[in-house]
Design a protein around this ligand. Structure first.
Ligand SMILES: [Fe+2]
Length: 172
């Protein structure tokens, strides 16, 4: 195990102090840092989706649509899989309010599933634009993009405010 990688911990905590250290990868990569990085990528993607929505209908960058259409699903699935395999189980193992924690995780997993369904629709629409399809209903497309990235921002904000602080609180 590479102990040096612990310096990546969001709170700079030591393994002995960290309540979610069991969520860290076998190679010692800290789960909190991985989740933070994945959230950062999703939020960057949300900013690009907002740019595309703002550019509708006439100023759309079709190359940008193609790139985002291609990367949206893999990026989201990677982030969701990581959280569900490494981070959520550690959160559920916490001692305080176990029933409420399990309920929170059920809700977050439900959001992941719904978000992946919505992401596929967004990816398909952006890929079509990237392939040169005309913007037939800019209002509906803009609404779909905004609904998606606003839901992503809310989801990420909740996980950052309610799950990641577990680490920070213990490290202070
Ligand atoms: Fe999530």
């Amino acid at each position: 195990m590479e102990v040096g990688s612990r310096s990546e911990c969001v709170a700079g905590c030591q393994p002995v102090d960290c309540p979610i250290q069991l969520a860290c990868d076998d190679d010692g990569a800290p789960a909190c840092a991985q989740v933070k990085r994945s959230h950062g990528r999703i939020l960057q993607l949300c900013d690009v989706l907002e740019e595309i929505a703002d550019a509708l209908p006439g100023r759309v960058d079709r190359g940008q649509c193609r790139i985002v259409g291609d990367m949206l699903m893999p990026l989201l699935r990677y982030g969701h899989d990581y959280e569900e395999q490494h981070f959520f189980p550690a959160y559920e193992r916490g001692e305080a309010e176990p029933g409420s924690r399990a309920q929170t995780i059920r809700r977050l997993k439900g959001e992941h599933m719904a978000d992946e369904g919505a992401a596929q629709d967004v990816a398909d629409a952006l890929s079509a634009l990237g392939d040169g399809a005309p913007v037939t209903n800019a209002e509906a497309l803009g609404f779909m993009l905004r609904a998606f990235f606003e839901a992503q921002r809310r989801h990420v904000a909740f996980e950052q405010e309610h799950l990641l602080p577990l680490v920070v609180r213990r490290a202070i």
